[in-house]
Design a protein around this ligand. Structure first.
Ligand SMILES: [Zn+2]
Ligand SMILES: [Zn+2]
Length: 341
């Protein structure tokens, strides 16, 4: 067990600051100085797992050499919370890339997933992005399992013939089993349509009901303040017409949305690839006509059924051009997506 000697800080303090600042800093450092390394590691790991932004954590690391050194310990970085890894795409740099990589190497499945999504969709490094997501998926990280399923369903990063529907269904089933609502919904639609799996309408319907029940359960677990915050913008949200507030997008999806809206807007036109039309997704096509489009209006396209279901309840039911009652469309999104070409 090791503690730092006071002499190091005395030297540093004597070189800077006013008398008042010196006294304040001196007393703080004295207290920290008396703590053994394992206690400091515990405190830093707790901070890393509850930080609401990367700045919360990085600011502490820049306080002194000891915190900087212990803060980068794998025991600390492996506990990083999703929000601690939520890098702002406007501030993306080599150092933020390095920080995510370091957390991933330390064993954080969340960091592996976030960096995997960034590499796959933003930096267009498909192989390393997919392998990072696989690294998270092996640790039963449900968003990683679901994102890999989306990649398999679309054949992302390859050609149309590279779609592997059975692999997509298997990944969805694993994520759904672990409680991922989007995966459960996706699987329900796959069963209803016989998409990548033998058709079983009853079982598919049952899974969709389960997905909606889980969404309702999430809402009941929210505090009244959270409900008030989301209530005003709450659309009809479930497959069966219940009023449920939309969940916050995962930080990795927020990064993608910010990245493509800020950095590549002009280039998107020339690339002729499209973003998923659901505003909380941010996935970009990796080849032309990769995503399926709304079969009713043809104006929007989605990476997945889950994104289509969310966007329908949130926005698209108000803009889809065709008279929906005339085509027997009653708010259920089962039969409204088709492949491009
Ligand atoms: Zn999407
Ligand atoms: Zn439409």
């Amino acid at each position: 067990m090791r503690t730092r000697r006071r002499s190091y800080y005395e030297g540093a303090i004597n070189m800077s600051g006013s008398h008042h600042k010196r006294l304040k800093l001196f007393s703080t450092l004295d207290y920290l100085d008396s703590l053994p390394d394992d206690i400091v590691l515990l405190i830093l790991a707790n901070l890393c797992s509850t930080a609401t932004s990367p700045a919360d954590f990085i600011t502490v690391l820049s306080t002194c050499k000891r915190l900087n050194s212990l803060g980068l310990h794998s025991l600390v970085l492996s506990k990083a919370s999703p929000n601690c890894l939520a890098v702002n795409p406007k501030n993306w740099s080599e150092s933020s890339h390095r920080f995510l990589k370091r957390c991933s190497n330390a064993g954080s499945a969340e960091a592996s997933y976030t960096l995997g999504m960034i590499r796959f969709y933003c930096l267009q490094n498909r192989t390393s992005g997919a392998s990072l997501m696989a690294k998270a998926a092996i640790r039963s990280h449900t968003p990683a399992l679901y994102s890999l399923a989306v990649i398999q369903f679309n054949g992302s990063g390859g050609m149309k013939n590279d779609k592997d529907l059975r692999a997509g269904v298997a990944l969805c089933a694993r994520a759904a089993f672990l409680g991922h609502v989007d995966a459960l919904r996706e699987l329900g639609h796959c069963l209803q349509d016989g998409y990548g799996v033998p058709k079983n309408v009853t079982h598919g319907r049952r899974l969709l009901i389960q997905a909606n029940a889980r969404e309702l359960a999430r809402v009941f677990s929210l505090s009244s303040n959270q409900l008030l915050l989301t209530g005003s913008i709450c659309p009809l949200f479930s497959d069966f017409g219940c009023n449920v507030p939309a969940p916050d997008p995962h930080p990795a999806n927020r990064f993608l949305v910010g990245w493509f809206s800020d950095k590549l807007q002009l280039e998107l036109e020339s690339l002729d690839t499209r973003l998923c039309s659901y505003g909380g997704c941010g996935r970009m096509e990796t080849r032309r006509h990769e995503f399926r489009r709304c079969s009713v209006c043809g104006d929007v396209n989605y990476c997945s059924r889950a994104c289509q279901a969310r966007d329908w309840k949130l926005r698209h039911n108000m803009t889809c051009r065709v008279d929906l009652e005339g085509v027997g469309f009653n708010g259920n999104v089962n039969d409204t997506m088709v492949d491009e070409r």
